[in-house]
Design a protein around this ligand. Structure first.
Ligand code: NAD
Length: 343
């Protein structure tokens, strides 16, 4: 049984608590949000957490303005794995939390659903600190980056060279208040915005921006960490990876199907595209939290084998061997030489 703590009790945090209810191998023992934390080694009911909608309202919780530190420092020996379901605004917020967890001397597995390239780079820079602290930190393990990035790394195996990875996501939610951080972070990708600007916006200002667009966010060429994760996994250079999507903040129906297309060259010289499409009935919560738990299990397995440091979801996949840069050129020369020899 894996004892889990969730940092953050918003859209993803609450739905993770509900998901854990249906899993045999996991037990939710700790949860916190901005105002309070709660720990119970016997297990915390996901239904109670969802119903309360905030940790403060859960019977037995402790009010705190420093809830992350209080939860982890008081109970670190009883927590096997941590899911960080916090807003990442500004960009360094979650990397700073990771540093705080190191300084509290927690030992174990941490998993996040970070989205921005720069944020994942910051986590990678903590690699040696995490190793020294006896932590295995898996970053970018949500849907995108996460499930779709890992799918791209798997699909790449059919090719000798990956030419293009295009990720397109569709998200439908009934109202933006269910996933405030997610929507704010998406707005940060729109022209004229960035994480610093969005982190200072009031809820009213966010709502005004959403109203202007009739609740729909169209996102193109996002600064999404799928690019650096596939580069680090040796699949292709980051400039070959593109992420975009449509988010409807007023309707739970997905506006488009979420999918990833991987185009590559096979060893026979054919160009082809694999496509992985998520079922339209699967929600953002299902496609983020499911992979988070899966990576947590892989993380605990790797932890037992002695792995420490910062890894991404894409590198816990079959590894990709880069193509010889000049292979086609060499082949052409060999063919010419053979033809000359035969004539
Ligand atoms: P949310 O806004 O619904 O909830 C955030 C929670 O964090 C709230 O409970 C809030 O009280 C708590 N919190 C904020 N600051 C805190 C602090 N200092 N200490 C303790 N608790 C604090 O967030 P969400 O929409 O569920 O998103 C969570 C994260 O998941 C975001 O970073 C988002 O980008 C990420 N996400 C990733 C993917 C993916 O596919 N990779 C998809 C969706 C969301």
């Amino acid at each position: 049984m894996v004892n889990i703590a969730i940092l953050g009790c918003g859209g993803l945090g609450q739905n993770m608590a509900l998901l854990i209810e249906q899993k045999k191998d996991f037990k939710l023992v700790g949860i916190c949000d901005r105002n309070a934390y709660f720990f119970d080694e016997k297990g915390i009911s996901g239904l109670i957490v969802k119903d309360a909608n905030s940790v403060e309202k859960v019977h037995g919780s402790v009010k705190s303005t420093n809830s992350i530190k209080d939860l982890i420092s008081n109970y670190k020996d009883k927590i096997d794995a941590i899911f960080i379901a916090l807003p990442n605004l500004p960009n360094e917020f979650i990397p700073n939390i990771a540093q705080e967890i190191i300084s509290i001397r927690y030992k174990g597995v941490i998993v996040d659903a970070l989205k921005r390239t720069k944020a994942v780079e910051m986590i990678k820079r903590l690699d040696s600190d995490l190793k020294r602290a006896d932590i295995l930190y898996l970053t970018g393990c949500g849907a995108t980056p996460g499930l779709l990035t890992a799918a791209a790394a798997l699909a790449a195996q059919s090719f000798v060279e990956v030419l293009d990875v295009t990720i397109t996501f569709g998200v439908g939610i009934a109202n933006w208040e269910m996933y405030k951080a997610t929507i704010r972070e998406d707005i940060a990708h729109l022209p004229g915005f960035n994480p610093e600007i969005v982190s200072k916006m009031t809820d009213k200002e966010v709502m005004k921006e959403l109203e202007k667009r009739n609740g729909i966010l169209e996102l193109h060429h996002m600064e999404h960490a799928d690019d650096i994760m596939l580069e680090l996994a040796n699949v292709c250079s980051r400039d070959r990876v593109t992420t975009g999507g449509i988010v409807d903040t007023k309707n739970p129906k997905k506006p488009i199907s979420t999918n990833v297309k991987i185009t590559g060259r096979t060893f026979e010289g054919k160009i082809s595209t694999h496509q992985f499409v998520l079922g339209d009935e699967t929600t953002m919560a299902a496609n983020v939290n499911g992979p988070i738990l899966g990576y947590m299990k892989s993380g605990l397995w790797l932890y037992d084998l002695g792995t420490r440091g910062a890894l991404t979801s894409a590198c816990i996949m079959p590894h990709f061997g880069a193509a010889k840069d000049n292979y086609l050129e060499i082949q052409k020369r060999q063919k010419t030489a053979l033809a000359i020899a035969a004539s």
